[in-house]
Design a protein around this ligand. Structure first.
Ligand SMILES: C[S@@+](CC[C@H](N)C(=O)[O-])C[C@H]1O[C@@H](n2cnc3c(N)ncnc32)[C@H](O)[C@@H]1O
Ligand code: SF4
Length: 379
């Protein structure tokens, strides 16, 4: 298992950011453009992404492609096809590659799911968040639990190989019973993959303003209880392969596995981050600047960073720690285990060395360990 996980570092991936959403959810701080019923910029944006792909130097064939958002399912299948064709022409897409698309449940009709499959999408990740309509309302989502179940059925019937659900745990007002039922429903729908994130109050969002004005925010203990409940309920059917991700055997997300293994991936679109030739680069988050620059033949990049050897080593452990099978400890792992914080983590059973691998045994403390790793000084 750990060999497969490490081999993901050698795979090539492509990320395409589709920033449009029907409306912005109050908790979300991703690079999003609120459509407010104006579909105007979409076709122009698709043309710009195609042009940006053509600006990238040729590369190896891609083993996975991920359309992330925003809401990629606001594009029609012809627009997805145009982007996939551009990637195929420029780099090639390997036979059997994972082609994944994030979707909002209300968009996944039987016809649309079939059209996506026909243009080569074989994995759909649905932003379900909860199967409780009260929780969905307090998250400001525009779909219902019934629509989410229908979307899963539509994707399966259309022949999409992998259906993944995104869930949010610990929304204020969500009871333990509501969360138990959400998880039970997700498992009953026989989805192949689950991602679950604790609701986070991101600065600058509508949610952060409400919490600042006195509304209830998420509670750490409640979120920890719900995380443990999910891990227990999912265990008989899905294996826990990363802090926030569960999959049926062989259904792990290849694109994410590449990023956690410090592999390289190209990124196109608004605010997208790529990693190629050991350099990390990021695009502008302003739509007008993105469109103007690409249309005038300039790359829409606002920054890049080439890490030195020690920074790369630290980053390798920082990223790899998120996986339940851990990461080869290497130099950064050795420095961590010799540090005061590392010894404390080891004594408390939070991290262990198993052979040459560093493993976090308490997934909820992964961020605390990762923060220490990022602060390690070169030996
Ligand atoms: C950025 S969205 C894109 C996909 C799609 N538009 C959707 O809403 O599902 C990807 C996932 O990020 C998660 N997410 C976004 N903001 C979050 C927050 N503040 N706290 C926890 N999860 C969040 C949600 O689970 C969401 O499904
Ligand atoms: S959570 Fe998804 S649908 Fe909501 S604003 Fe963010 S990207 Fe858009």
């Amino acid at each position: 298992m750990s060999e497969l996980v490490d081999a993901a570092a050698l795979e090539r991936s492509g990320y395409v950011h589709i920033p449009f959403c029907h409306r912005r959810c109050p908790y979300c701080d991703f690079a999003v453009v609120d459509l407010e019923n104006d579909e105007g910029p979409i076709q122009r944006y698709v043309a710009a992404v195609v042009a940006e792909i053509q600006m990238e130097e040729p590369w190896d064939q891609l083993h996975s492609v991920n359309f992330g958002g925003g809401t990629p399912s606001v594009l029609d299948s012809k627009q997805i096809d145009a982007i996939l064709r551009a990637l195929r022409n420029r780099f090639g897409i390997a036979p059997g590659a994972e082609v994944s698309l994030e979707a909002n449940p209300e968009d996944i009709t039987r016809d649309y799911a079939g059209a996506l499959r026909d243009v080569g999408v074989n994995r759909v990740s649905l932003g379900v968040q909860s199967f409780d309509d009260d929780v969905l309302r307090s998250l400001g989502r525009s779909h219902t639990a019934a629509q989410a179940s229908k979307a899963v059925a539509n994707a399966h019937t259309a022949g999409i190989e992998t259906v993944s659900l995104d869930l949010i745990l610990g929304t204020p007002g969500e009871t333990l019973q509501s969360w138990r039922e959400t998880v039970a429903t997700a498992l009953e729908l026989r989805t192949e993959h689950l991602s679950a994130y604790a609701l986070t109050v991101e600065l600058g969002t509508e949610l952060s303003r409400r919490v600042h004005d006195g509304a209830a925010g998420p509670d750490d203990d409640d979120q920890a209880d719900k995380y443990e409940m999910l891990a227990e309920l999912a265990a008989p059917r899905l294996h826990h392969y990363e802090v926030s991700n569960w999959a049926a055997q062989g259904q792990e997300c290849r694109y994410n596995q590449t990023t956690w293994a410090q592999g390289e991936y190209l990124a196109f679109g608004l605010g997208a981050h790529g990693h190629r030739n050991r350099t990390r680069r990021r695009n502008t988050r302003r739509l007008d600047a993105y469109l103007d620059q690409v249309e005038s033949g300039t790359r829409p990049e606002i920054g890049s960073e080439c890490l030195n050897d020690w920074e790369r080593e630290r980053e390798r452990v920082f990223l790899g720690l998120r996986r339940r099978s851990g990461v080869v400890a290497g130099q950064a792992g050795a420095v961590l285990m010799a540090s005061v914080a590392g010894r404390r983590f080891a004594e408390a059973g939070v991290v262990t060395l198993v052979g040459d691998r560093l493993i976090v045994n308490k997934p909820l403390l992964t961020d605390a360990v990762a923060r220490e790793v990022l602060g390690l000084e070169s030996p």
